[in-house]
Design a protein around this ligand. Sequence first.
Ligand SMILES: [Zn+2]
Length: 137
Amino acid sequence: MEEQIIYHPDFFVIPEGGGKPHIIAFQCAECGKTWFPVLPYCPSCWSEKFNKRELSKGILYTYTVMYTPQQGIKPPLVFGYVDFPEEGVRVGAQLEIDAEKSKEQLKIGMEVEVIAGVIRKDPTGKDIISYKFKPAV
Ligand SMILES: [Zn+2]
């Protein structure tokens, strides 16, 4: 097996034993607002206390196909923003979908799920793994 690097281990959880990967957001212990990723203090009430909270149902807010090469990334790739209405946060990430088929397979407002996938390669060629989205089945 090739060596892999897990990115963002503090807010992206890949359960051992085959559970579904999920993203962790941070809910203010004082006012209850949820933020992602974690902030030094709550912008709403200045509290510094947060409780970890698993993001639940993701809805595709928007997406774009990127054709510009970046270090360790082979274009084209699909990047999108996903809303989690229950928690009130929006998360940007790559979508695990063929860029050629994005127009037919992606619909704004569709439910998406969190998966673990390769987001790019590091300078030595190792896969960097983090959260991505794909249409929910
Ligand atoms: Zn707060």
